[in-house]
Structures are given as C-alpha cells and as structure tokens.
Ligand binder design. Structure first.
Ligand code: HEM
Length: 217
C-alpha cells in the first residue's frame, strides 16, 4: 500500500494546475458565468458526443483487460444520454448536423490509439472524463439547467441515474486507481496521459471559443 498512495498524491499534485487551466478556459468560464449562449452549450454537447463515442467504443475493447476492466461499468455510460440530448437540442437529424472540431479529432485519435493498445492510457482518459463529470460536471449540469430552463431533456449527460452517491463512487474509483498494478514508471506515464487529456479538454475549449468568434465576425 505504502508505494501506492503516492500515485494519487502525485496525480493530484501534477494535475491540479492542468485542471485550473481547463476550468478557467474562456469558453467554459463564459458558459459558467452565464455569458454563454444556448448555441455554445449545444456545440459543447456535440463535441462530447465524439469524445464519448470513442471512450465507450474503446471501453468495449478494454472490457477483458484485467486492469482496465475494473474501471469500466455501464453505470457511467454517457452515449445514450448524449444522443437524447442532441435529439432534443438539435432535432432528429442531429447526426448529419454535427462535426468534430480539430482538437476533438486529435483527442478521439488518441483515445482510439490507447484504447487499442495501452490499458493504463485508456484508464487515464477514462478517469479524466468520468471523474470530472462526477465532480464539477454535476455542478455544471445544474447551472446549465437553470440557465437554459431545462428539466432533464438537454442535460441528460450530467445526470447519472445509476450512481446514487457520486462521492462514494469516486472514493471506490480512487481506491481502484491505487490498487492498479503499475510500477513507478507506468504510474508516471499514466499521469502524463492524464495531463494530455486535460490539454485536449483545454484546447477544445479554445477551439470552441475560436469557432464562436469566427461565427460572430
Ligand atoms: C467549469 C469547469 C469545471 C469545474 C467548475 C470543475 C470543478 C471541479 C471540482 C469542484 C472538482 C473537485 C471534486 C472533488 O474534490 O471531489 C473537480 C474534480 C475533477 N475535475 Fe473538474 N471542473 C471543471 C472542468 C473540468 C474539466 C474540463 C475536466 C477534464 C475533462 C475536469 C476533470 C476533473 C477531474 C478528473 C476531477 C477529479 C479529481 C479527483 O477526484 O481525482 N474538470 N472539478
């Protein structure tokens, strides 16, 4: 146990700055402050669809892996909720109307790559998205519901119906991270991949901000 605790400590230490960078990216900060429009929110949901399509498709490939499978559960699955949100927000023809932004393409490529070859890398991406969704995500969902007058339609992505106690779920998830059989070098590589995942998320917000100002110009 003693050499495992530092994994979470190191993960927290090394990722807290990256988290602030994502959290404070202009696009996201505007959305949180109430300055974002419904179209901005829809653009974000759209990009999430591509990211979770990759995460949840590769999760199927990782289901038989002894390390990664521990983290994979249907309770987290977001794709059906995202599809219902997009149908509500865009309409039944949503699939023909959505495109990945450049960062999303690179993010998806990376998830595909590690999802096919590297369980630790897959877990890094899984952790960054789902633990974020179960943390700040819950707050973001409530804020968006209030801002745009949604009940559940449109914010289904943020509602984890099968996870009654997100804090307890995250505790178990973190214990499982501690129990992963990674040596020191692999732990560093996994943390590096978490940092890369944060970078994709921050750059995605930058893409979204750019797409927005181009639309206005
Ligand atoms: C406005 C945007 C965001 C807000 C307000 C926010 C807020 C928070 C808060 C309050 C926590 C702490 C929860 C706790 O200690 O249990 C947290 C954790 C987390 N957030 Fe965010 N966050 C935001 C954006 C993001 C983004 C873009 C990502 C990356 C995809 C992310 C990933 C994470 C992760 C992985 C954790 C869990 C850390 C852990 O418990 O190990 N967050 N977030």
């Amino acid at each position: 146990m003693s050499d495992l605790v530092p994994f979470l400590t190191a993960l927290r230490e090394r990722s807290s700055k990256a988290h602030s960078g994502s959290e404070n990216a202009g696009f996201m900060a505007d959305l949180m402050k109430g300055d974002g429009t419904l179209d901005d929110y829809i653009s974000l949901v759209t990009q999430h669809w591509f990211i979770y399509e990759a995460l949840e498709r590769t999760a199927q490939q990782m289901r038989n892996d002894p390390v990664a499978s521990v983290f994979i559960t249907d309770k987290l699955t977001r794709l059906p909720a995202l599809e219902a949100d997009l149908a509500f927000l865009i309409g039944p023809e949503w699939r023909e109307r959505i495109q990945p932004l450049p960062t999303t393409r690179r993010y998806v490529e990376r998830i595909d790559q590690v999802g096919a070859t590297w369980p630790g890398g897959f877990v890094a991406h899984h952790y960054t998205r789902y633990l974020g969704d179960l943390s700040g995500g819950l707050f973001i969902g409530r804020l968006m519901a209030r801002r745009f007058g949604f009940q559940t339609n449109g914010i289904g992505f943020y509602l984890f119906d099968d996870i009654a106690d997100p804090a307890a779920f995250k505790d178990v998830y973190r214990e499982q991270l501690d129990a992963a059989p990674w040596d020191a070098a692999e732990q560093q590589r996994v943390i590096d991949e978490v940092l890369l995942a944060y970078r994709f998320n921050t750059e995605l917000f930058e893409d979204l901000g750019r797409a927005k100002s181009e639309a206005v110009a």
